[in-house]
Design a protein around this ligand. Structure first.
Ligand code: NZQ
Ligand code: ZN
Length: 386
């Protein structure tokens, strides 16, 4: 196991009715900016629960944070927060709202051009405190210090990570997820599943506990993922998916092990250029990464095949091929496509993606740093069509 330092400061309130805890989490003296997306929280009753819990507080609102949140939109919120002297941000929604709010928190007191928060990742000097009510299990943003922001004008989708933007608390009520569409439910499960794979499918690091945790999360996502599309209002199914997604990217399973974020970095460029949902891009790229890196990831893919996918095949090459095929089948079962051409994207797209990867410095990806631009182009070719 590699050395590591691990701290996660996010207080979790999990379960039915926990939104009422906002009363205790936010003091009556705080000037709150409530941030949300395109209005799902008004349709499913979450907005009302939040406002009831915040009764008596000074609350301003900023709505319209879009999926893959835009820098341009978020800067409008920064202006409002500065004018109203906001001292607490409450994000209510999916990963995009939580990420966007982390950026707002960082930008309010930022000295200089706030886009530098994404491009020149010097540690932040300060950030306005934030909390969140999560309504879409997927990103893990509710319990990590990362955020992904898109500059729409240049199609740059970049991330920043800073301990100052960990939420102070996160409220996870599985009932808020009953209203998710099958597409968003499936995207979320895919995202969480791939987060685990990117911290697990590398090379053995004698980290049994991280491996067993990872395998537990993967198995839960497979088992509950099969159930949720048939039983979208089953509380226990939704609860297990929600907690699995949080555990997939809160630093726990990634501590002390090598990691490979190739799939996410390629996926971000595909979303920025072609508008696919985040989860959709991952289901396309990860099977191709597994195929391209099969020799370097051999031992861990075989472990995944046996322990998670229940593949008992003596021939290692066949076992790896079956593991890739079964991973694809899982995404397909969820209703998520696994090839670029299924979205009408063809070989012409590859040079465009490569230009963006180079611009963003994504030239040595993977647990060995061996995924250069030529390797990325080959991975994208493997992802083109069946
Ligand atoms: O905007 P509203 O109306 O709220 O609708 C949203 C949105 O259209 C809807 N939705 C959310 N909760 C709902 C709901 N609809 C019905 N009922 C509910 N309970 O779902 C749509 C998608 O929401 P979004 O927040 O965009 O999805 P997700 O949570 O998948 O977030 C994706 C973003 O997170 C980034 C992605 O790149 C992408 O920008 N990521 C952030 C990470 C992090 N901070 O650690 C890591 C991830 O790998 C990821 O990159
Ligand atoms: Zn993700």
């Amino acid at each position: 196991m590699q050395n590591f330092t691990y701290q996660n400061p996010v207080r979790i309130h999990f379960g039915k009715g926990e939104i009422s805890k906002l009363q205790d989490e936010i003091s009556s003296k705080q000037r709150v900016l409530l941030t949300y997306g395109g209005g799902s929280i008004k349709k499913n009753g979450v907005y009302k629960q939040v406002m009831d819990a915040l009764a008596g507080r000074e609350v301003y609102e900023f709505s319209g944070i879009e999926p893959n949140p835009h820098f341009e939109t978020l800067m409008q919120a920064v202006k409002i927060a500065q004018e109203k002297k906001i001292d607490f941000l409450l994000a209510v929604g999916g990963g995009s709202v939580v990420d966007g709010t982390k950026f707002i928190a960082a930008a309010i007191d930022f000295n200089g051009d706030p886009w530098d928060i994404l491009t020149k990742p010097a540690p932040l000097k300060s950030a306005v405190p934030l909390g969140c009510v999560l309504t879409l299990p997927a990103t893990g943003s509710e319990m990590n210090g990362g955020a992904v922001i898109t500059k729409a004008s240049t199609k740059d989708k970049l991330f920043f990570i800073d301990p100052l933007v960990f939420p102070k608390f996160a409220i996870l009520d599985p009932e808020t997820t009953f209203s998710l569409s099958p597409r968003q439910t499936a995207n979320g499960i895919t995202d969480a599943f791939v987060h685990v794979l990117e911290q697990y499918l590398t090379y053995p690091a004698a980290a049994s506990i991280q491996d067993r945790f990872s395998e537990g999360i993967l198995l839960t996502l497979i088992e509950e993922g099969e159930k949720v599309l048939k039983h979208p209002n089953d509380y226990e199914v939704r609860a297990n998916i929600m907690w699995a997604a949080t555990m997939a990217l809160n630093g726990l399973i990634g501590a002390g092990v090598p990691q490979d974020w190739t799939t996410h970095m390629l996926g971000h460029e595909i979303t920025a250029l072609f508008g696919l949902d985040h989860g959709q891009t991952l289901a396309i790229v990860i099977p191709a990464v597994m195929k391209f890196q099969a020799h370097k990831k051999r031992e861990k893919i075989l472990q995944y095949a046996e322990r998670v996918l229940n593949i008992h095949e003596q021939n290692p090459e066949k076992a790896i091929a079956k593991a890739i095929a079964k991973t694809r089948e899982f995404f397909t079962m969820l209703g998520v496509k696994t090839y670029l051409n299924e979205y009408g994207i063809n070989a012409d797209a590859i040079p465009k993606i490569i230009v963006q990867l180079e611009k963003h410095g994504m030239t040595a990806l993977g647990e060995h740093g061996n995924i250069d631009l030529i390797a990325s182009a080959e991975i994208l070719r493997l992802a083109l069509n069946a």
